[in-house]
Structures are given as structure tokens and as C-alpha cells.
Design a protein around this ligand. Structure first.
Ligand code: NAD
Length: 438
């Protein structure tokens, strides 16, 4: 998609939202979008629907009025899963929403049937399912996904598409040689290199097909040089990773506050219980390692030991996640924070968040889909670090520091949205000028 400098292509037609993984998050997102469209629900938590932008004159405007986002009415959906059940059955199994809320959008959810997935239980060791593609190499699998994308675009009569990874957390696979360049990555696809997990095949397929990609899970996906190179080459935006929803969301609010008051932090113990399928998958050590890396990385930048060894040099940060079926998707987290004040006196903070995982994640999926599509229409491509606000482990271009402070992330997001709003204004003036000349 070639866009003139400083211009935003207007939204027209339909936007296809592609979802690898039709589990708790994806089906809660789908049901919510349809409930909002039917005026049965209010878009709590979705900046793209109810957020505000502040202009230079301090005038506030609602985001959907300031930005030419695709309206909810024009969204269409497709997805992949290793289980063949439609989105209604998947949502019932996920048990996030009540029977009554699901019944109100049953016809819509039933119309979404997953395409066979690219999957290998080697990368998600606690799951296996029958609805998977078979092919001789990973290159063939990528091509099959590209065909799926093209077919879905055609069937849905969609002008554009975005892909948001909502599938299970894969085991931690450290980046290797084959991730260093696009050339090496493509050779590795051909050679069936075990260093390439399914999420990277989806990300590759999306970028090849010119589709923006965001990774909602903690595993390494598009955040490798090979796929960054492909995103630049194809002029497609990418973002990631790991939706920032519950405990980490609060951590990135509390830690900056402690840091600004220059209070010491000796220890931060975070524990979670959850009983959904995600929790079951995270019981596996390999998948947990992916999550542990994104969850524990947060405090290092927020409480810098090198700048304040007296305050943060001794910081002990531990994160645990326990699978506990009775809770289902209603995750509960506890944080025990040991802080130090004037003359070295210890104090303690306890945080208990009784949240609902997918209820917090669903509006993030919506915002990412709409903002990535807008970024692409504005000609923004490559790694979109202004979307860090939504992620536990923000994907940033090489050399750019990672920002975890939620308020600084919000500032950056707001600035980017304001630039997009200014571009939209200029574009509409230019459109009008063109219209007048005709
Ligand atoms: N809910 C949150 O607050 C939150 C926050 C951060 C990250 N996440 C991440 O989002 C992802 C989705 O979470 P969830 O609660 O919906 O999990 P879930 O287990 O309910 O859903 C994941 C779905 O992905 C499917 N799947 C697994 N591998 C696949 C593949 N290769 N291709 C297609 N489908 C595949 C599974 O069959 C399952 O239906 C997880 O990785 C989770 O860690 C969730």
C-alpha cells in the first residue's frame, strides 16, 4: 500500500480482522464487538471507541471523531484454531461470558468457524488438536496461510486486513542464527528448522500478504530481525508483545510512582492464580518461561539499579503463575512489595487484583486492530513502538529504549494519535481541494 507522505488513505469498504487462536480472548473480543454493534453493550476500556484526544488549543475530541478509524460496522472476522468448533462453542468453553450474553450474539459467533491451524505440540506442549494443516515444510505452511488470508479477504469482500495473535503462549525459543535476516529465515522455513515456531510462520505470512501484525502473547514472534526486515520491505506495521492487562498493568503504574518519590524497593513478589486454558498452557515450564521473561523484564527499566544502587540495587523480583481450575478466566493476583523509606525504614504494600483476564484483553485487541490499520493507511510501517501502552514487553526498533511506565506510554500513544489526527485533517482538506477542482 503506497501512501503519499503526510496523507492518510480514507477508510472504505471492510476491514478483516484475522485471529490466530479462537480462545477466551478472541471470542470475548468478537462477542463484545457484536454486542456493541447491536447496542447491547458499552465499549468499556476501548480507547478507539471512547478515548479522547487533546488538541493544541486544549480542546478535547473523541477519538472516533478525530481519526478516520474503520467503524465497527465495517469489521469482518476470520481465525484459525486447532479445534474446529465455531466461535460460539469456543466462547462457551472459555466460560468468560454468561449464557445470556452469548445467546444475544449466538448467530454472529456461530458464523465464525476457524480455519485449520499451523500448529505443532512441540511448541505448546500441553495442547493438541485435530484441526491442523499438514505440509512437507514450514514454507508450505506459510503459503497455505497466505492462501487462507487471500481467500478470507475475497469471501468477506474486505479491502484490508490486520492480524492479532490471540493463540496460546509458545515455549521460549531464544532467537538464533535463522532469525537474524530474512534470507536466513526463509532458508530455515524451507529446511523445517525447529527454531521457527508456528507464531513466526503466521507473522511471516501476514507480513508477506501486506497485513499488519500484532502479537498478544509473550513468545518471540515478529520481534526478530528477519521479520522486522520483512515488515520494512513490505511497508507493513508490526507491534508486540504480550497484552498488558492485569498484574503487569498495575505494576507499571505503581513502580513509576515509587520511583518518582525515590522510595527504595527491596522486593516485589507477584503471584497469580488462574484456571483457564491459558493457565493450563502456562503450567508447562517452556511456555511459562516465555511469560516469565516478559513479566519480570518490566521492573528493570522502571527501577534502575545502575542509577540508584541504594534504592534498587538489592531488588528481588519474583513472578509465579499457578493453574487453579476453580477460578477459570477470573484471575486473581497478589503483589507483596517491600519498600524502604526515610532512614531505611521498611514498609509494605499489598495489592490484590481480582480481575477477568479476557475482559481486560478484549478492548486491547480492538484498539490494536483499528490503530494498526490506521497506521498502515498513514504509510507508517515497521515496528510501531507508540503502541507500547498495550504490551508487557514492548517491541521497539533496534536501539530504541523500551518504555514501561504506563503514563509515559500513554503520552507517546497520545502524541502519535494526535499526529494521525493532524494528518487526517490535512488529508481531508486535500481531498476536498481535489473534489473542488473536479
Ligand atoms: N487474557 C489476558 O489477559 C492475556 C494477557 C496477556 C497475554 N495473553 C495471551 O493471549 C493468548 C490468548 O489467551 P487466551 O486466554 O485466549 O488463551 P486460550 O487458551 O483460551 O486461547 C488460545 C487458543 O489458541 C489456540 N491455539 C494454540 N496454538 C494455536 C496455533 N498455532 N494456531 C491457531 N490456534 C492456536 C488454542 O487452541 C486456543 O483455542 C495467550 O497466549 C495468552 O498468554 C492473554
Amino acid at each position: 500500500m503506497m501512501v503519499a507522505e503526510g496523507m492518510i488513505l480514507p477508510h472504505a469498504g471492510r476491514l478483516l480482522v484475522l485471529l490466530p487462536g479462537l480462545g477466551a480472548v478472541a471470542t470475548t473480543f468478537l462477542a463484545g464487538v457484536e454486542a456493541i454493534r447491536r447496542e447491547l453493550a458499552y465499549p468499556f476500556g476501548a480507547l478507539s471507541q471512547i478515548g479522547e484526544l487533546e488538541g493544541e488549543d486544549n480542546e478535547r475530541r473523541r477519538i472516533p471523531e478525530a481519526l478516520p478509524l474503520a467503524p465497527l460496522e465495517d469489521l469482518v472476522f476470520a481465525g484459525w484454531d486447532i479445534f474446529p468448533e465455531d466461535a460460539y462453542e469456543a466462547a462457551r468453553q472459555a466460560a468468560v461470558l454468561s449464557e445470556q450474553d452469548l445467546a444475544a450474539v449466538e448467530d454472529f459467533l456461530r458464523s465464525i468457524r476457524p480455519m485449520p491451524a499451523v500448529f505443532d505440540p512441540q511448541y505448546v506442549r500441553r495442547l493438541d488438536g485435530p484441526h491442523v494443516k499438514r505440509a512437507p515444510t514450514k514454507r508450505h505452511l506459510a503459503e497455505a496461510l497466505i492462501e487462507d488470508i487471500e481467500r478470507a479477504r475475497e469471501e468477506m469482500n474486505a479491502d484490508r486486513a490486520v492480524m492479532i495473535w490471540c493463540a496460546s503462549t509458545e515455549v521460549y525459543t531464544p532467537p538464533g542464527k535463522c532469525h537474524e535476516s530474512l534470507r536466513a529465515f526463509e532458508a530455515a522455513l524451507e529446511a523445517n528448522d525447529p527454531a521457527i515456531p508456528p507464531s513466526q510462520i503466521y507473522a511471516y505470512a501476514a507480513l508477506k500478504a501486506g497485513v499488519p501484525y500484532a502479537n498478544g502473547a509473550p513468545n518471540i514472534s515478529a520481534d526478530i530481525p528477519a521479520l522486522e526486515e520483512l515488515a520494512e520491505l513490505q511497508r507493513v506495521p508490526v507491534a508486540g508483545k504480550d497484552f498488558k492487562t492485569g498484574q503487569t498493568f498495575l505494576k507499571t503504574v505503581i513502580a513509576p510512582a515509587l520511583r518518582r518519590r525515590l522510595l527504595g524497593v527491596q522486593g516485589w513478589f507477584s503471584v497469580n492464580i488462574l484456571g483457564n486454558r491459558d493457565g493450563w498452557v502456562l503450567e508447562d515450564e517452556g511456555s511459562f518461561r516465555s511469560k516469565e521473561v516478559t513479566k519480570t523484564g518490566v521492573l528493570e527499566g522502571l527501577l534502575p539499579a545502575e542509577r540508584y544502587p541504594e534504592l534498587y540495587g538489592e531488588l528481588y523480583h519474583k513472578v509465579r503463575i499457578h493453574y487453579y481450575p476453580p477460578r477459570g478466566d477470573a484471575k486473581e493476583s497478589w503483589d507483596a512489595i517491600d519498600i524502604v523509606g526515610w532512614m531505611g525504614y521498611p514498609m509494605h504494600i499489598k495489592v490484590n487484583f481480582q480481575c477477568r483476564d479476557s475482559i481486560l484483553a478484549a478492548p486491547i485487541v480492538l484498539d490494536l486492530a483499528l490503530f494498526l490499520d490506521l497506521a498502515q493507511r498513514a504509510g507508517w510501517y515497521g515496528v510501531q513502538s507508540w503502541l507500547s501502552f498495550y504490551f508487557k514487553s514492548p517491541h521497539v526498533p533496534p536501539g530504541e529504549p523500551v518504555e514501561h511506565d504506563l503514563f509515559l506510554q500513554y503520552e507517546k500513544l497520545h502524541q502519535a494519535l494526535r499526529s494521525l489526527a493532524r494528518m487526517a485533517l490535512t488529508s481531508s482538506f486535500q481531498d476536498r481541494a481535489g473534489w473542488d477542482r473536479r
